[in-house]
Design a protein around this ligand. Structure first.
Ligand SMILES: NC(=O)C1=CN([C@@H]2O[C@H](COP(=O)(O)OP(=O)(O)OC[C@H]3O[C@@H](n4cnc5c(N)ncnc54)[C@H](OP(=O)(O)O)[C@@H]3O)[C@@H](O)[C@H]2O)C=CC1
Ligand SMILES: CC(C)(CO)C(=O)C(=O)O
Length: 312
């Protein structure tokens, strides 16, 4: 066992990290949030609240610190910052964390690659079936959908089990998963639908459970992405993905997808690791035509984000 799996460091002060930190603190765990994009020497205690689906509000004090306040970090490193920052993050963390295991919570395909390239010794990936939305600096609105599987990119089953038990709370449940690849793809395909259609329509996640027309569009995207998954020998079934998408849509009715939150806050989005990554894969296979709609939705989403960022 790693020397200090008792301390959990969560990278990125966002919707997911605030909720996770509150739940872990309330379970008596030692937690520190490390700022993802700020490296200003700050080290303070902050009060966060998570609004639950039944209206209850869970609150906790959490230490929030910049990475440059640590000379070394020893614990479980949970990455909940944006995936487009992983290249730089992998470089920055490499010199600080020694043999500490890293757990990636991010959506998308290939997001672990920067950590593999930097030769991190233990890399685990989680697939999140929860939604969290920032309401204000201190508050997030949290909705669990299902247990979140965690698997091994590099590491051991023994440590995976320990990590899962350390991260699991009654509100945010993780579970070990021996083979994660199919679920990563399944969630990425679901995200190709949510993270493009919802921002383009400026609508909440519940749209697919309310509108048969939106669900029709979802089916077309799922079918396109599945054809590429099959070329990669990922054997998923259309109906299973549709059912999961609908389950998430019901459970997160009223909740905004992260990409729409990003666009509204004039931030970069993760669409590059979703629709546009599948489009790149299709191109590599000589199958660009197979994902025309997925790619177009991805391009429009990217353009919308750029227009909001630049103001034109
Ligand atoms: N929100 C949700 O419901 C879900 C989110 N996810 C995934 O979880 C991950 C986190 O999502 P979420 O919490 O919503 O995201 P947020 O945008 O709320 O927070 C992400 C954090 O990433 C950090 N960050 C942003 N840009 C950079 C950068 N250029 N360099 C370093 N750090 C940066 C920021 O932290 P700081 O302010 O400390 O710099 C930011 O607050 C994403 O990959 C998302 O896809 C998955 C399922 C559901
Ligand atoms: C699809 C969804 C809503 C599920 O967790 C998600 O991944 C997100 O909000 O980014």
């Amino acid at each position: 066992m790693h020397s200090n799996m008792e301390h959990i460091y969560i990278v990125g002060l966002g919707a997911i990290s605030r909720a996770l930190a509150v739940f872990l603190r309330l379970s008596g765990k030692r937690v520190t949030i490390i700022r993802g994009s700020l490296n200003d020497g700050s080290y303070k205690s902050a009060h966060f609240s998570a609004r639950m689906p039944d209206g209850t509000v869970l609150e906790a004090e959490v230490t929030v610190a910049a990475l440059n306040t640590f000379s070394a970090i020893d614990g479980i490193i949970v990455v909940a910052s944006k995936s487009y920052a992983n290249k730089q993050l992998a470089i920055d963390l490499k010199e600080k964390i020694g043999n500490s295991p890293i757990v990636l919570l991010q959506n998308g395909l290939g997001i672990e690659q920067p950590f593999v390239e930097q030769n991190f010794q233990e890399i685990y990936r989680a697939v999140l079936f929860v939604t969290s939305q920032v309401i204000d600096d201190a508050t997030v609105q949290f909705r669990p959908v299902a247990a979140c599987p965690v698997g091994i990119e590099r590491g051991s089953m023994e440590n995976l089990s320990k990590i899962v038990s350390q991260l699991t709370t009654p509100q945010f449940i993780f579970e070990t998963k021996a083979h994660l690849k199919n679920i990563i793809w399944k969630k990425a395909i679901i995200n190709c639908v949510f993270n493009s259609v919802c921002p383009l329509l400026e609508v909440d996640n519940g749209i697919f459970s309310r509108s048969p027309h939106a669900m029709q569009i979802a089916r077309r995207i799922i079918s396109e992405c599945l054809s590429i998954a099959h070329h990669k020998e990922i054997w998923l079934v259309q109906k299973d993905i549709e059912d999961s998408l609908l389950e998430i849509s019901f459970a997160s009715d009223g909740q905004l997808i992260s990409t729409l939150q990003d666009i509204r806050r004039q931030r970069n989005t993760e669409i590059d690791t979703l629709n546009l990554e599948i489009a790149r894969m299709a191109e590599g296979l000589g199958k660009s035509e197979a994902v025309r709609e997925t790619k177009l939705l991805g391009e429009l989403t990217k353009m919308k984000a750029q227009i909001c960022l630049s103001g034109r």
